[in-house]
Design a protein around this ligand. Structure first.
Ligand SMILES: NC(=O)c1ccc[n+]([C@@H]2O[C@H](COP(=O)([O-])OP(=O)(O)OC[C@H]3O[C@@H](n4cnc5c(N)ncnc54)[C@H](OP(=O)(O)O)[C@@H]3O)[C@@H](O)[C@H]2O)c1
Length: 346
């Protein structure tokens, strides 16, 4: 069996991308089961993120999770050009981008996708997601009290108009797949009833302290791959996404114990657990040692059945990205965004 690590010119190890597990989507396409996140959380510059994309491709990453609202797609596009000039073919890459919430109008979807493609320097995307199911948006760097003018709840008749345009993007060849993000079971039920082209993935918050077992099982049962954001508990997330009740995955005694035994950072255990559980984590990092460790973690010795059971038992139902800035009524609590009673909040 070939060894997953081999040295490169600057002495850094690389991981053979062919050894990275893949998820088979409903089209038969294969998505690498780990990607690099690219949201700089309002404090990591576009330049730093783009450099990380370049370095991550050089060490073996092929999947990149982008979004127009991250404000760095044009700079990441320069990295993609360099990556492809280095001999990595477009077909070897898996690039996702997302429709921002202020572009849900029917006439805005196709131009928004074309704009991301132009910034990223690509002819097509592998995945294009509706970033949030609400047309409510926020400016970069805002605080938790920010609210969108004319903020609205989820209205299915409106969302399906946006989705028809997403389907058109597939027909136009601008993206190979479309998907959702931050959806709930009641919203997905409606969408699956009306979609002509099904969502191939649902991007959702997933980490050991927020395992979302019901939604995780639901999407997999319906042939939708779960892509997990904040996989290591998003230690660098913006202040608007922090509350005193939030817990820290990488400080959990179970995660720390396993990390010590394997001689890795606790973040690596979160990433290994995610891939082994069956989701596709997209850890963000601009530190080459860290993003190499995360990739190496998914091609090395798996966690034991006991480790998986122990991590499965530390779920704290601790949602970090509560989404307060997308609320539509004064005095409303963030839980309204997540349909906790099983019905869509209006
Ligand atoms: N769809 C959505 O609504 C949505 C929402 C949130 C996020 N996302 C996506 O998900 C991605 C990941 O989420 P996130 O960035 O919030 O959180 P995350 O990936 O859980 O955490 C990233 C942080 O963890 C650190 N880290 C990563 N690997 C590490 C390691 N091996 N050792 C030590 N520290 C490590 C990074 O620091 P260093 O840079 O120093 O390594 C960075 O500060 C985003 O970048 C974005 O692409 C999507």
């Amino acid at each position: 069996m070939s060894h997953p690590l081999k040295p490169v010119l600057d002495g850094r190890e690389t991981v053979d991308p062919n050894l990275v597990p893949r998820r088979i989507l409903h089209t038969g396409a294969q998505m690498p089961a780990i990607g690099l996140g690219t949201f700089g959380s309002d404090h990591v510059s576009a330049e730093q993120v783009a450099e990380a994309v370049n370095a991550a491709a050089a060490i073996g990453y092929r999947h990149f999770d982008c979004a127009s609202v991250y404000g760095n797609e044009a700079r990441i596009g320069e990295s993609f050009r360099q990556i492809m000039a280095s001999g990595i073919g477009r077909r070897e890459l898996w690039v996702a981008s997302k429709l921002w919430n202020d572009k849900h109008a029917e006439s805005d979807v196709v131009p928004a996708c074309r704009q991301s493609l132009q910034h990223l320097g690509l002819d097509y995307l592998d995945m294009y997601l509706v970033h949030w199911p609400f047309p409510n948006f926020h400016p970069p760097g805002c605080d938790v009290s920010s609210r969108s003018p004319n903020a609205r709840p989820y209205v299915h008749q409106e969302f399906i108009k946006t989705w028809r345009q997403m389907e058109k993007l597939v027909e136009l060849g601008l993206t190979r797949h479309i998907g959702t993000s931050n959806m709930t079971i009641p919203k997905l039920e409606l969408l699956l009833g009306d979609a002509r082209i099904r969502p191939a993935v649902n991007e959702m918050e997933l980490h050991p302290h927020f395992q979302q077992p019901e939604l995780f099982d639901y999407v997999r049962r319906h042939g939708i791959e779960p892509v997990g954001f904040c996989p290591v508990g998003s230690p660098g997330r913006p202040d608007r996404d922090r509350t005193p009740q939030d817990t820290v995955d990488t400080a959990d005694p179970v995660i720390v114990r396993i990390a010590r035994r394997l001689g890795v950072h606790p973040a690596v255990i979160c990433v290994k657990w995610a891939v082994q559980r069956g989701q596709t984590p997209i850890p963000f990092s601009v530190n080459p040692n860290n993003f190499l460790a995360n990739l190496r973690g998914v091609v090395s010795q798996p966690l034991t059945i006991g480790d998986m059971r122990d991590i499965g038992a530390i779920d704290r139902n601790c949602r970090l990205i509560k989404g307060q800035v997308f609320l539509w009524k004064a005095e409303q609590s963030w839980e309204a965004l997540w349909d906790l009673n099983g019905a869509i909040e209006s």
